[in-house]
Design a protein around this ligand. Structure first.
Ligand SMILES: Nc1ncnc2c1ncn2[C@@H]1O[C@H](COP(=O)(O)OP(=O)(O)OP(=O)(O)O)[C@@H](O)[C@H]1O
Ligand SMILES: [Mg+2]
Length: 360
């Protein structure tokens, strides 16, 4: 089925914008859907014994920046596959299930038993948003993937990162490398290089620094979160930073959400801001107050944070008591704060948000 046709069945009310990069990835997904649907897995023991060995089917690893349509394409693919026991899950939920099984199963070959159960549930697993930040996940996925493969399970997955950047800088990363190699050997790794983030059409850059505080600001903040995450409430995420953990209270689709208090009153440092900038495209910060003279440390952290986000071209959505100019009226960091104000202004421009003028 053509992409436009599959899309129209799924989203009858919103038009699909033509996108060459999506078409290319769709062709691969479509071919896989055909192949799977025409070659259902052998079911009973006899069938398995006498079936000719199945041709090696390669799953797909689709990576690309946020909002490019990875999930959309995977979901359309998922709907197209027939005759294959299939499941579609968020990667995080999948790993929670895996850890749950690991705690419940008392056997020495626990990975094999988990794989038995998962293969029994489905022979095609579509896992959205593969992301490995947790050492507990990192140390189990390699063996699990191998065990699933030997049971004929096909994986189709999306991620913001190519395989080689998964678990980047993670603890004991050496033990994780075989998994990366396995993914590269067994899956078709494809980059979805669409030129635009389709969610950005919902954002007006000049409305991203919202003030004054109040119900109206909160609503606007919430609307932007929903627009940029497709109404995903997000999940807590632990980032390992220099042997510590920084907990992101809510993370979804390249967006992370904090209060000003969590980012600038709590004693965070440069490594924290840098890690946030590297892991997220957009940071949501609620409740930035007018800083009092006594809040020297908060002001320092705020300056440092904006500098880090600016250097990494991170986007910010914020609610604040006043416009950027009014945030530190009596600051001792006058000169530095001027730079912060100017950067905050630039961060509210359409070009900062990667939009062409035609889109604003
Ligand atoms: N070609 C298109 N035309 C119109 N809307 C599109 C198109 N491609 C994607 N979208 C819409 O853009 C939004 C983002 O797409 P999707 O969720 O698939 O992105 P993603 O690549 O999975 O992003 P993330 O990495 O954040 O999960 C969705 O609401 C989707 O329906
Ligand atoms: Mg997605």
């Amino acid at each position: 089925m053509a992409l436009a046709q599959a899309y129209a069945l799924h989203f009858p009310d919103t038009p699909l914008r033509a996108d060459v990069a999506q078409e290319q990835v769709w062709q691969k997904l479509e071919a896989l859907a055909h192949h799977l649907s025409a070659n259902p897995p052998a079911r009973g023991l006899l069938q398995r014994l006498f079936a000719k060995p199945p041709a090696k089917i390669r799953g797909l690893y689709i990576h690309g920046d946020v909002g490019r349509g990875k999930t959309m394409l995977m979901d359309l693919f998922f709907d197209e596959v027939i005759n294959w026991p299939k499941r579609r899950m968020h990667f995080h939920a999948f790993m929670q299930q895996v850890h749950g099984l690991r705690n419940a199963i008392k056997a020495h070959d626990v990975i094999a038993r988990i794989a038995d159960q998962l293969a029994h549930q489905a022979k095609l697993w579509c896992l959205d948003e593969m992301q490995i930040v947790d050492i507990a996940d990192a140390m189990i996925v390699g063996r699990l993937y191998e065990a699933l493969q030997s049971r004929g399970v096909i994986l189709v997955t999306t991620s913001n990162l190519p395989p080689e950047r998964l678990y980047h800088n993670g603890l004991n990363r050496g033990l994780f490398l075989p998994f990366i190699e396995k993914l590269q050997q067994t899956l078709d790794v494809v980059a979805l290089d669409s030129r635009q983030d389709y969610r950005l059409g919902r954002v007006k850059a000049h409305d991203t620094f919202i003030h004054p505080l109040g119900p109206q600001a909160t609503r606007q903040f919430e609307d932007l979160w929903n627009g940029l995450t497709d109404h995903d409430a997000g999940q807590p995420l632990d980032l390992a930073i220099l042997g510590r953990t920084l907990t992101v209270p809510r993370a979804a689709h390249g967006c992370a959400r904090f209060t000003f208090h969590q980012l600038c009153v709590n004693p965070l440092g440069p490594a924290d801001y840098l890690a946030l900038a590297h892991n997220f495209k957009t940071i949501f910060i609620s409740g930035i107050p007018v800083l009092k003279v006594s809040q020297r440390n908060e002001a320092k952290r705020f300056i440092l944070m904006i500098d880090n986000f600016y250097d990494a071209r991170t986007r910010i959505v914020a609610t604040a008591q006043t416009a950027a100019e009014g945030l530190a009226p009596k600051s001792q960091h006058g000169f530095e704060f001027k730079r912060t104000i100017s950067r905050l202004k630039e961060m509210q421009s359409a070009s900062w948000w990667g939009k062409t003028l035609a889109e604003t």
